[in-house]
Design a binder for this molecule. Structure first.
Ligand code: SF4
Ligand code: SF4
Length: 202
């Protein structure tokens, strides 16, 4: 699973990719319309069986498809009820969010998943899609050759990476910004920054 992702507007479900027994998105995400918190099962979900109100779904549920359903290169082992991770393109940043089942917070560190997340980073970073793992609000940025802990990452924060030339080779310049909405639009305020030398294995 090293392919580049399509933009949200191109996303269509892959034929025969059905949710089936998977209900993981009903656990890991919040649902504003229902006041449902992230990381806990929705009260309308029968885990492993499905939604009990699918004729009357909140709009955010009706519109949702994870990347496993829309990205042909994601194999069956990435089906969220097997991988314990739900991948999406974040609509605000176009980053690839890997939202981990809090019941198995180490899921993203297992192989073959971790190696494939590095491959996904390598294939998509130049296109502006960063790969960000979230276990609850703990974020980790997956770079092609290393993982960078980001600490608590709030939904209103944005991550950027610039690859710069350093005296001993390339350096990733990682920044976290707070996004603020003002009368003039949106502003970005720097919240944290760190630099990480590119490793030779990249
Ligand atoms: S995580 Fe994906 S496969 Fe699983 S129920 Fe949600 S949309 Fe379907
Ligand atoms: S309303 Fe249904 S689809 Fe939406 S989170 Fe709850 S169980 Fe899942």
């Amino acid at each position: 699973m090293t392919a580049a992702v399509s933009s949200l507007s191109e996303a269509r479900t892959v034929p025969l990719r059905e949710c089936g027994s998977c209900t993981l998105c009903c656990k890991v995400y919040n649902v504003v319309e229902l006041g449902k918190a992230a990381g806990k099962w929705c009260s309308h979900c029968k885990p492993g069986r499905g939604c009990t109100i699918h004729d009357n779904l909140p709009d955010e549920c009706a519109a949702f498809n994870c990347l496993w359903k829309t990205m042909p290169s994601m194999s069956m082992q990435w089906k969220p009820d097997q991988s314990k991770m739900v991948l999406t393109l974040h609509p605000g940043t176009n980053n690839i969010h890997v939202v981990v089942d809090p019941g198995l917070p180490s899921a993203w560190t297992r192989e073959p998943y971790h190696g494939q997340l590095r491959g996904l980073s390598k294939a998509n970073m130049a296109k502006g899609h960063l790969v960000v793992v979230l276990v609850n609000e703990q974020g980790t940025l997956i770079l092609p050759d290393q993982d960078v802990p980001l600490g608590i990452l709030k939904p209103e924060q944005a991550v950027s990476v610039t690859l710069e030339a350093g005296p001993n080779g390339g350096v990733y310049d990682v920044k976290i910004f707070n996004r603020r909405t003002t009368a003039d639009g949106q502003t970005l305020e720097l919240a944290a920054a760190s630099r990480h030398p590119v490793r030779s294995a990249a």
